[in-house]
Design a protein around this ligand. Structure first.
Ligand SMILES: *Cc1c(COP(=O)(O)O)cnc(C)c1O
Length: 336
């Protein structure tokens, strides 16, 4: 048995979640007849104070559909240079939406209204039309750094004044809420679109939900279909999502505590050069020797992790990392 710290996507459904999946009432969702999918979409929308939801196979799809909904070809979106939509979605912004990207250098991936304002293009035939801002919360490449709603308010205000849409890549939004104490229900009024992953820290096997107003979701449903994302008896998967929202949000604080314990141990390791603040469930740290060497030593001890750069390693804690495993990793790190 490996201790798998590569990602919070590696979790397997719990017995309770499997039970919920087995007993789901399903129908053909392309006909709108899967009551469990409908229930998940409604539940998630309500949680975040949004009108409607759309269940999709992945967070990449929810983000890409949102970008398609909120832009026209020849437009430009603004995002941090570390953002998942830009770096890790295969160039989908250009491919799916024919939109260019203006990248900012935020603080661990967090951008501000002051940074965004001068990057909004004036009306001029030379310039792409700026139409969308994308925020990520938590920021994956920022080591799980968080925006508070107070940070977001001025950005939302700027977007409103300038007629820009604002989308949230909330792959780990519940980790952010756990850390900041903000309420999900307060998010809706600041964003035009919110993408929420069910298959990361929440532990569902598959799926993300896109939240927006009814008109946007109606169009998003068309885009999902054209991308091949119209799923039929998807209620079996949606049931896992509902279960995750009901049972796996509260416990995220455990993952955060585990990440802090790992970060504290890393502080004591002479082979570690620098550790980013472990605010949520991600620990990013820099190594003196190449990360590949360290990863091999960890693997020899049954610990899987990934590097994000030649000298940078990422640990991610999640539902399937138990306290005894954290203790074991601490011991291995102290002896490495
Ligand atoms: C994982 C992730 C996504 C979506 O990834 P999928 O694997 O397509 O579900 C989107 N944004 C961020 C920040 C992520 O970490």
């Amino acid at each position: 048995m490996f201790v798998d710290l590569r990602s919070d996507t590696v979790t397997k459904p719990t017995p309770g979640m499997l039970e919920a999946m087995w007993s789901a009432k399903v129908g053909d969702d392309v006909f709108g007849e899967d009551e469990t999918v409908n229930a998940l979409e409604e539940k998630a929308a309500k949680m975040f104070g949004m009108e409607a939801g759309l269940f999709c196979p992945s967070g990449t799809m929810t983000n890409q559909i949102a970008i398609k909904c909120f832009t026209q070809p020849l437009d430009e979106l603004i995002a941090d240079q570390t953002s998942h939509v830009y770096r890790y979605e295969g160039g989908g912004i250009a491919f799916n939406s024919a939109v260019s990207t203006r990248l900012l250098n935020g603080d661990r991936g967090r951008i501000t209204a002051e940074m965004i304002a001068p990057e909004i293009n004036a009306e001029n035939v030379h310039y792409p039309r700026t139409s969308l801002v994308v925020l990520e919360n938590t920021v994956n490449k920022g080591g799980g750094s968080c925006y508070t709603l107070e940070d977001i308010k001025p950005i939302a205000e700027l977007c409103q004044n300038k007629g820009l849409k604002l989308h949230l890549d909330g792959a780990r939004i519940f980790n952010a809420l756990t850390n900041t104490g903000d309420k999900a229900g307060d998010y809706g009024k600041y964003f035009d679109g919110i993408s929420v992953c069910l298959s990361k820290g929440l532990g569902a096997p598959v799926g993300s939900v896109l939240l927006a107003d009814k008109a946007t979701i109606k169009y998003a449903r068309r885009v999902r279909k054209v991308l091949g994302g119209g799923m039929r008896q998807a209620g079996f998967l949606a049931a896992a999502g509902i279960y995750a929202l009901d049972h796996h949000v509260e416990r995220l604080k455990i993952d955060h505590a585990h990440a802090r314990i790992l970060a504290e141990q890393l502080q004591l390791c002479s082979w570690v050069k620098n550790i980013l603040p472990a605010d949520t469930n991600i620990v990013l740290f820099d190594t003196i020797e190449p990360a590949a060497n360290i990863l091999q030593k960890l693997l020899d001890k049954g610990i899987k992790a990934n590097s994000t750069d030649t000298h940078r390693i990422r640990f991610v804690t999640h539902l399937d990392i138990h306290p005894d495993q954290v203790e074991y990793v601490v011991k291995v790190l102290s002896e490495l």
